[in-house]
Design a protein around this ligand. Structure first.
Ligand code: PBG
Length: 330
């Protein structure tokens, strides 16, 4: 055959493939979500997320240290609280001596270079399991903003570098921004869950925190999976309100949304490879149905290729260790 173009020439061996590779995943692109529990020496496995444990602060610091050693730049923290700490107004979320706040302090004391991201939403603290205040079965928007702002300020005071509102209330980014500024935290950034879809892929996470909604679903605030244009609208609002980074969640089934946001905003775009995405790969791998590490790296490369600057993933530590290279040197 007399072919001028033979694309396979550029795939001939690993040296050439490496040379022409279009997308690179660095450990510093990875954010490691961690679940925390009260106590010390506690490691409680999450059944639906094999390989993920809820950790008490002492063990969490060690897990974060190991991830950081592999080059991971940031952790995102989610507290698992006992029912006795929950109420309808998520009061515990602003307790300066709460589980989240004390753990942030411990992490920043032990690992000052680690970027600590905290979640702003009511669900882990709420007896209703919703991200907003519930009244007569409805999720109230504006009264929720006050609670979220107090929560965010309390997290900033504990030492969080970035607060990450995952609640999807309207106007929350601007409201939180003003509250942070007024409290003197103008340097604390906002990672906005901008296009957060009402997804079935959050199931295992809700097991981990025991935070499933006690009634109803989250469809009046999280986005309809069928919508793409609406994500651009959310992004426009979040950036205008002061978001430092925007996020798409989940990641794998929403690569088009990641690309659309990357092409339309000038802040970094993060994507969250959520609990269900993690669980699917781990379950198939445990059954010998696919090569877990290979599927993990491929899924992360795809999210990056779609345009994500940052990826939140339960695989962060493992992937960073496989990529190698260790922590950034200055
Ligand atoms: C809730 C929150 C959820 C996740 C992160 N923050 C669950 C939800 O919206 O019900 C999901 C993360 C995951 O599935 O890994 N504020």
């Amino acid at each position: 055959m007399n072919l001028t173009e033979r694309p396979r020439r550029n795939r001939r061996n690993e040296g050439i493939r490496r040379m022409v590779r279009e997308t690179e995943l660095r450990p510093a692109n990875l954010v490691y979500p961690l679940f925390l529990v009260e106590g010390s020496g506690q490691r409680v496995p999450v059944k639906s997320m094999p390989g993920v444990d809820r950790l008490s602060a002492d063990l969490l610091v060690e897990e974060a240290r190991a991830a950081m050693k592999a080059g991971v730049a940031a952790v995102a923290l989610f507290p698992a609280l006992s029912d006795s700490k929950k109420d309808t107004r998520a009061t515990e979320s602003k307790n300066p001596n709460g589980l989240l706040q004390t753990t942030v302090k411990r992490l920043k004391d032990a690992l000052p270079e680690l970027v600590v991201i905290t979640d702003v939403a009511m669900d882990p603290y709420s007896t209703d399991g919703h991200d907003g205040l519930v009244k007569d079965g409805r999720i109230l928007n504006d009264p929720t903003l006050e609670i979220l702002a107090e929560m965010a300020v309390s997290q900033a005071r504990a030492g969080a570098d970035l607060v990450a509102p995952s609640d999807m209330m309207d106007g929350r980014v601007g409201f939180i921004r003003r509250a942070l500024d007024q409290a003197g935290f103008e340097e604390v950034g906002i990672l906005a869950y901008t296009a957060k879809y009402a997804s079935a892929f959050y199931g295992p996470f809700r097991d981990a925190l025991d935070s499933a909604p006690r009634h109803g679903d989250k469809k009046t605030y999280q986005m309809d999976p069928s919508n793409a244009r609406e994500a651009l609208r959310e992004a426009r609002l979040d950036v205008a309100e002061g978001a430092d980074l925007v996020m798409v969640k989940p990641a794998g089934a929403y690569l088009d949304i990641i690309r659309a946001l990357r092409d339309s905003v000038d802040v970094p775009v993060a994507a969250y490879q959520v609990s269900g995405e993690y669980a699917m790969i781990q379950a198939a791998s445990a059954n010998g149905w696919l090569n877990g590490d290979a599927a993990m790296m491929e899924s992360l490369a795809a999210i990056r290729r779609a345009g994500a600057d940052l990826i939140l993933s339960y695989f962060a530590r493992r992937a960073a260790e496989l990529i190698g290279g260790g922590p950034a040197r200055s």
